[in-house]
Design a protein around this ligand. Structure first.
Ligand code: COA
Length: 175
């Protein structure tokens, strides 16, 4: 697997990923209008991701299978807040056919040191629906600690959904 910064060059691949994984991702993501899946909208979001990444306001990565070049998933670190907080939110998804092989663990294991050492952030927050067992196991395995449950936290698939709040602190900032 190769991780690449998201940019407009991946428009066709990301469009195919969204379309073929629409039902798989729907329970865990905001309700999407049909416009979300149009190729021009995908290109526009990728341009914005590239700008956000270039300016250090986010890190948007895409996961590609080495040999086929197929886009397998994405992971991103957004909502970067500087000042005394130095924190961001992590988000991730992988194709249904690629689940359960440790690929997202591998991707995040590579990306997180970049967020801490190069972007210089102190805290990565990642929140998941209690029903999302895979996501919870993945975050626990990576060392994210549970901080509580936020009621009615995000509007997911059309309804306000409770979320488990977790975070990982930059180990270099701990005594
Ligand atoms: C959450 C998600 C990114 C995990 O990706 P993944 O590549 O399958 O994750 P990994 O294989 O690296 O690790 C998943 C964990 O779930 C476990 N797992 C594998 N198959 C499982 C299954 N059928 N049921 C429950 N857990 C399972 C793995 O054993 C692993 O835990 P471990 O490290 O303790 O062994 C992926 O399931 C996904 O894209 N889901 C839909 C979108 C989503 O939920 N995004 C996150 C929103 S918070």
């Amino acid at each position: 697997m190769t991780l690449r910064v998201a940019d407009e060059g991946s428009t066709v691949a990301l469009h195919a990923y969204y379309v073929s994984n629409r039902a798989h991702l729907q329970p865990w993501e905001p309700a999407r209008s049909s416009g979300f899946f149009e190729i021009d909208a995908v290109a526009s979001r990728l341009r914005s991701m590239a700008t956000q990444t270039a300016t250090g306001n986010a890190l948007h990565l895409l996961l590609f299978e080495h040999e086929s070049g197929e886009l397998l998933g994405d992971c991103n670190f957004t909502n970067v807040v500087r000042g005394p907080f130095q924190a961001c939110h992590a988000g991730f998804s992988i194709a249904m056919d690629a689940e359960g092989k440790g690929l997202m663990r591998e991707a995040l294991t590579a990306a997180i040191p970049y967020v801490f050492k190069i972007m210089g952030l102190h805290r990565i927050m990642a929140n998941y629906r209690p029903e999302n067992i895979r996501s919870g196991l993945l975050l626990a395995r990576l060392g994210f600690e549970k901080e509580g449950v936020a009621r009615s936290y995000l509007q997911i698939n059309g309804s306000w959904a409770d979320h488990v709040l977790t975070s990982l602190i930059n180990p270099d900032d701990l005594d």
